[in-house]
Design a protein around this ligand. Structure first.
Ligand code: GDG
Length: 482
């Protein structure tokens, strides 16, 4: 198995003494996929971070490393060299200023630039070339090698890999997973190089997305833009004499790890305190200003909550060199200041705002002890915070999850309270309903939510992906389209 993602599963950094070390990345993807790459002696292709000097030996994991990437030897890792200029235009430019807003259905924020696009094509080709190096080491005559490409950074990488494998007569299966939404045709068509993106993704055998709606959007775009024959019922797209399977494969979380973390976490929220919790990267897709305004409205309409509840918002700094993100930070600072200034008393402030990252153990404690988790993105591929919250809800009686229908999680976590974050009164009313929900209803809803996340955890997701790609015949043609 070869996994390709924009970043390696760890960042290579210099420590105080100038030695090169690995810094672990804690995401669910790494937790689930790294052990499988280790077990099968596979490879991981990705950018190692700005501190790595190309040509220098890659650091091995330290003997006391207990993270999921500990077993990844340097021979399992292929770092992709991207110059600072290329990285700027490819990653900050095309990925973050174009695809991120467009795919989150915010076209007014998207920048369309031929320079960015050129950098994106170049970077994708570099990722593909480095993957090809891995193929030479791994492809045998027996089992096909699985090449698993992750996310919107690498939508063009598959084509060159497929061509090379065909030339060498290597058996491979190419899989792609998109972690963000796939937009509707009407938005996708704004991208001037839409054909290339679709063709790039169709160079795979399987295209996985979080939910059915995104799959339908993708299939519709293939049909309308490329004129390909599609079967929306069986989710197949015919392309280049092959059939590409498109499948909803909602990602899960390492459920049992979060339960253990929650069991061990110290209590930092006193038992008599009702905390409404928000945990997000500071990103304009997450609906943070709307969330603060809905909370403010609650204090206006229901003054009985004054001195009784608190909004604890963790906002992790993200893409801090992009203008939109700097502006959002300013806006949040102002809103928090205004609301706290307006409602604070001598002994209480309504909002506790952490601009930074906290440890995962502490986070699990917050998830466990919060009365409500307030997940209100304007658009979100899935949203793992909603899932991590329910995993950590081991107290009795439990809290309540509020989730936006515009997050993938809002489509699958059916027992959560849904609210439209674009409408402040509805959001405020939902918050009030959650705060006053009877204990037995909370318990019933939470039990169902937890069961589903436990059964469909991140390992289940990975196995589902492997099963979906394994089901294809060698030619990639499981059924014939009418
Ligand atoms: C993309 C898609 C999709 C947050 N604050 C802290 C912290 N976190 C961790 C959470 C969670 C992760 O960050 C955030 O995941 P999300 O899913 O909410 O959002 P994105 O980063 O936008 O992820 C998203 C996901 O990919 C997976 O496919 O669900 O839709 O946008 O795991 O726990 N972790 C720690 N401290 C913090 O302060 N340790």
């Amino acid at each position: 198995m070869i996994v390709i993602s924009n970043r390696l599963p760890f960042v290579i950094q210099k420590d105080d003494k100038g030695s090169t070390i690995r810094k672990h990345s804690a995401g669910g993807l790494v937790t689930a996929v790294a052990p499988v790459v280790v077990e099968h002696n596979g490879k991981w292709v990705g950018w190692p971070g700005p501190d790595y000097d190309f040509g220098a030996p890659l650091p091995e994991s330290s003997p006391d490393d207990t993270t999921p990437t500990a077993g990844l030897k340097s021979s399992n890792v292929i770092p992709v060299p991207l110059s600072p200029n290329l990285y700027q235009s490819y990653y900050n430019g095309c990925c973050n200023e174009t695809f991120w807003p467009l795919f989150h259905s915010m076209p007014d924020r998207a920048v369309f630039s031929a320079d960015y696009w050129e950098a994106y094509v170049e970077a994708n080709l570099l990722f593909a070339k480095n993957t090809i190096k891995g193929l030479d080491d791994m492809c045998t005559d027996d089992e096909p090698t699985l090449v698993w490409i992750h996310d919107y950074h690498l939508m063009l990488a598959a084509h060159a890999i497929r061509e090379y494998a065909a030339k060498k007569q290597y058996k491979i299966k190419l899989g792609f997973f998109l972690h963000i939404p796939f937009p509707s045709w009407d938005l996708f068509r704004l991208f001037p190089w839409a054909d290339e993106i679709l063709q790039g993704m169709l160079a795979c055998d399987l295209v996985g997305m979080h939910i059915h709606d995104y799959c339908i959007n993708f299939i519709d775009c293939c049909n309308r833009r490329l004129g390909t024959r599609v079967d929306s019922k069986d989710m197949l797209v015919e392309h280049g004499g092959r059939y590409v399977r498109v499948a909803p494969l909602p990602i899960g979380i390492p459920f049992s790890r979060f339960v253990s973390l929650a069991k061990e976490a110290k209590r930092t929220i006193p038992e008599d305190k009702k905390v409404v919790l928000g945990v997000d990267r500071l990103d304009y897709t997450k609906g943070l200003p709307q969330r603060l305004k809905a909370f403010e409205l609650l204090l206006v309409k229901h003054p009985e909550y004054i001195e009784k509840i608190e909004l604890l918002q963790i906002a992790v700094p993200s893409r801090t060199d992009v203008k939109e993100y700097m502006e959002l930070k300013e806006q949040m600072d102002q809103l928090v200041g205004c609301i706290n200034g307006r409602f604070s008393t001598a002994t209480w402030s309504p909002i506790r705002y952490i601009y930074g990252t906290i440890g995962q153990q502490e986070l699990a404690g917050f998830y466990r002890d919060a009365a409500i988790c307030f997940v209100t993105p304007l658009r979100d591929g899935m949203n793992l915070v909603a899932k991590e919250f329910v995993a950590c809800q081991i107290n009795s009686p439990p809290g309540v999850l509020i989730v936006s229908p515009f997050a993938g999680a809002g489509q699958n976590m059916l027992e959560a309270l849904l609210c439209n974050p674009y409408e402040l009164t509805e959001t405020m009313d939902t918050l009030h309903r959650a705060l006053t929900m009877p204990e037995d209803e909370r318990t019933l809803r939470m039990n169902y939510l937890r069961k589903r996340e436990q059964n469909q955890d991140v390992n289940f997701w990975m196995k589902s992906f492997l099963k979906a790609i394994g089901r294809l015949s060698e030619e990639g043609s499981p059924v014939v389209l009418p």
